[in-house]
Design a protein around this ligand. Structure first.
Ligand SMILES: *Cc1c(COP(=O)(O)O)cnc(C)c1O
Length: 801
């Protein structure tokens, strides 16, 4: 009888994780011990597990160095057009495993660590997430960097090295409590400070008019100190750079007019300047007009542009005399890429801070644009249109319309899913679209299959690789080849088995880390994402309550085993915090009801972040993507679940529309209003009480929330939520309730037929190729940036011995 495989042995068997040659393993062990000794200055008697993690991280990092230097040399020699991705968020998560995957070192490292008597998963768990993002937008930037490197583009990510990333979320007595994310406390083995490329950034001051032009004087200077992080491509020897700026006060900061005592104060005040890169604003899809945030934006742009121009000037092309004086050539060598979010806050505006001396510049631009340029000539006499298209909003306080400013300044503007692009063209950007239709494009978002399949779900990657080979990892469209196996009994069994193992593993994790016990045979119905009204966690809550009410009524036969997880944080957003409280309150009642038993568990997982998503996504049976149609620009969580073999219940919103197209309408659970229905309802008026009075189960659920059923000690705890749902719900939860519940019934019915379920899962996996960020980036490269992606490898360096 063969004994069951240990985790270590299981990992070893998987070929997508690279080969563990004896020579490699020996070298890795040697280097690990060398780093423990020379870098960590420890021996094995006193080394902690964190020391072992750092020794391993440094060992793996050594394999990046030669490739990193080579890649940058290669770019210098070839001098290709550079692509610069500016973003205030890069939500990278962990780096160790990703590096091992992309460098095909995973099995060798695993074996080395095992031979050293250590546990790989335990060491991996010590790494802090680089949580320099809030959610989808920041994670998109991270996926794009992976794809740009994997496609051999000369690309750079530029952002801010926040000392504190997205806060750690604790749930205390059912409420969210935030803790500072001190991710750099133990040091970051993946970054390299580059003080030699420090740049000054000027703030405030005033302008002086001289005969030879306007001078900007009396500014406050903050230095931007760059830290570089390597971004390895998938097995192509490319290593690109993510450069994050940290704010440093200059030596003379505030020292100019010091007197006795003033010196101490001046040194203490250095913190004020350095606050610029202190902390990430924790808002997702929400605009907050704070001065410090505007300073962060200016800081990254000013430092980055200086760096880009420096690089241009020292490049082979730029150092030629003609180019050095002729910045018209810059566009041939440089593309800037900025991603911004418009959908939730259609009025995406920035207040003018007079202190920053912006108004004059903006007014000039606006004047030039409106008067001199094209609107007037194209639409003579259309003053209404000119007013609508102005960069300056009229009204009491003069505000810049940032969206308009972007469109005017950009070479191309795109939405991030087809439906999103269509909505932008038909609504907020209609006037601009009519003037410059060619400027508007679509680039449907994507996710990197390295992190979101190979890394987080090696079991599934392997089962796929056994059927169609490994090339799908860099060419995800090849997943279509799986259509041949939709009726293949062995494949169906393998896919089901991997899902079961992932669920078991996640259940074990939940038990260990969150002290909750769930039945691994229940359906894992998961909604993980930031809490926001438009994402309608409240609709999910109503479904849970309805389900619970049906389950506890013994005369009704239960539909199916079922459990639900709701994760993810919210900042200083009152409603979001109340939603968290409601979910935890529902959990307290449901999870302790002996009649329902383990047929329904409601779990709110605290501290959602990239690493937790990597654990939850592979375990999901059902993915909840239930935003009000027209509100979710694309979503990327939806794609992660699809690729990992979950079925989707969702509205016709964002990328869900294209997912339905790719998987086949029969293989996705679509419900609710379409965008047109929502628009029609906006015209006619949405009346929540109509639904409340007509649908008894809905009324029951709302009455329970309102009457303190879930908060017996504080019956009116949720009166704000009830009031919101009944009287000013912009996202029309009740209007989709009935159809959602019916759709959930179909889900439950199908879940009782495992084979049919898995067949639909296979259609989804086979159809998920479009949602690789490699496809997204290839389209940006060819259709906007004018560069050609390539799967060619560049020459490999000698790895460390
Ligand atoms: C993918 C991802 C998101 C985005 O999820 P949506 O469901 O598209 O909102 C947010 N947070 C994390 C950590 C992610 O990995």
């Amino acid at each position: 009888m063969s004994k069951p495989l240990s985790d270590h042995d299981k990992r070893k068997q998987i070929s997508v994780r690279g080969l563990a040659g004896v020579e490699n393993v020996t070298d890795l062990k040697t280097n690990f011990n060398r780093h423990l000794h020379f870098t960590l200055v420890k021996d094995r008697n006193v080394a902690t597990r964190r020391d072992y993690y750092f020794a391993l991280a440094n060992t793996v990092r050594d394999h990046l160095v030669g490739r990193w230097i080579r890649t940058q040399q290669h770019y210098y020699e070839k001098d290709p057009k550079r692509v610069y991705y500016l973003s205030l968020e890069f939500y990278m998560g962990r780096t160790l495993q990703n590096t091992m995957v992309n460098l095909a070192l995973e099995n060798a490292c695993d074996e080395a660590v095992y031979q050293l008597g250590l546990d790989m998963e335990e060491l991996e768990d010590i790494e802090e997430d680089a949580g320099l993002g809030n959610g989808g937008l920041g994670r998109l930037a991270a996926c794009f960097l992976d794809s740009m490197a994997s496609l051999g583009l000369a690309a750079y990510g530029y952002g801010i090295r926040y000392e504190f990333g997205i806060f750690n979320q604790k749930i205390v007595n059912g409420w969210q409590v935030e803790e500072a994310d001190d991710w750099l406390r133990y040091g970051n083995p993946w970054e390299k400070a580059r003080p030699e490329y420090m740049r000054p950034v000027h703030f405030y001051g005033r302008t002086e008019h001289h005969p030879d032009g306007v001078k900007w004087v009396d500014t406050q200077v903050v230095l931007a100190l760059p830290y570089d992080t390597p971004v390895p491509g998938y097995r192509n020897n490319v290593v690109n750079t993510m450069r994050l700026w940290s704010a440093k006060a200059p030596c003379e900061f505030n020292l100019k007019d010091f007197n006795v005592g003033g010196y101490i104060q001046a040194v203490l005040d250095r913190n004020l300047a350095e606050n610029i890169s202190r902390v990430l604003y924790p808002n997702d899809n929400f605009f907050e007009g704070k001065e410090l945030r505007l300073k962060q934006e200016y800081f990254v742009v000013a430092a980055t542009l200086q760096d880009i121009i420096r690089r241009f000037k020292v490049s082979k092309f730029g150092s030629r005399e003609i180019a050095r004086t002729d910045f018209n050539k810059l566009p041939e060598k440089v593309r800037l890429f900025i991603i911004s979010s418009f959908l939730q806050d259609r009025s995406c505006h920035v207040c003018l801070f007079s202190a920053l001396r912006w108004p004059s510049i903006i007014y000039i631009l606006s004047f030039l644009y409106l008067a001199v340029q094209r609107v007037a000539s194209l639409f003579p006499g259309d003053t209404d249109r000119m007013r609508r298209m102005s960069l300056i909003e009229e009204g009491g306080i003069k505000r810049v319309n940032m969206a308009h400013l972007c469109i005017v300044g950009a070479h191309a503007v795109n939405g991030v899913a087809r439906i999103h692009s269509d909505i932008l063209k038909a609504t907020v950007f209609k006037d601009f679209y009519e003037m410059d239709p060619h400027k508007f494009q679509n680039k449907t978002n994507g996710i990197t299959p390295r992190r979101w399949l190979v890394m987080c779900n090696p079991g599934l990657a392997e089962v796929i690789a056994e059927r169609i080979g490994e090339d799908f990892i860099r060419d995800l469209d090849q997943l279509k080849k799986l259509l041949k196996f939709v009726n293949d009994e062995a494949f169906i069994r393998d896919v089901a088995k991997v899902k079961q193992e992932n669920k078991l593993k996640f259940a074990t994790h939940l038990e260990e880390h969150y002290k909750v016990k769930i039945n691994p045979n229940s359906m894992f119905d998961i909604q993980v994402k930031r809490i926001h009204e438009y994402k309608r966690q409240l609709l999910n809550c109503l479904h849970i309550i309805t389900f619970y009410n049906r389950e506890s009524d013994l005369s009704v036969q239960f539909v199916t085993d079922f459990m639900l997880l709701l994760l993810q944080a919210a900042p200083g957003y009152h409603t979001a915090k109340m939603i968290i409280r409601l979910i935890t309150a529902i959990g307290e009642v449901v999870n302790n009801d002996p009649v329902v038993g383990d047929r329904l568990k409601v779990i709110f997982l605290e501290n959602y972040r990239v690493t937790l998503a990597e654990k939850a996504v592979p375990a999901a049976d059902l993915s909840e993507q239930i935003s009000t149609a027209g509100t979710e620009a694309s979503g990327t969580g939806n794609m992660k679940f699809m690729l990992n073999g979950a079925l989707t219940i969702g509205t016709m919103d964002g990328a869900n529309v294209e997912m339905a197209e790719e998987a086949g309408e029969d293989n996705i659970f679509i419900f609710g209003m379409r965008v047109e229905d929502v628009e029609a309802m906006d015209k006619k008026g949405y009346n929540a009480s109509e639904y409340y009075n007509r649908i008894p189960e809905l009324k029951q659920a709302i009455d329970q929330i309102a009457g303190g059923f879930f908060s017996p000690k504080q019956p009116d705890l949720f009166k704000d939520i009830v009031n919101l749902l009944m009287h000013h719900d912009r996202f029309k939860v009740f209007a989709d309730y009935e159809d959602y519940i019916k759709c959930q019934e179909k889900v439950s019915a199908l879940y009782k037929k495992p084979k049919e379920w898995v067949k639909k899962v296979i259609y989804n996996i086979a159809g998920s190729g479009k949602f690789s960020s490699d496809r997204t980036i290839s389209q940006y490269a060819r259709e906007i940036w004018g560069v050609e992606p390539s799967l060619e490898k560049i020459a490999a360096p000698d790895d460390p011995k």
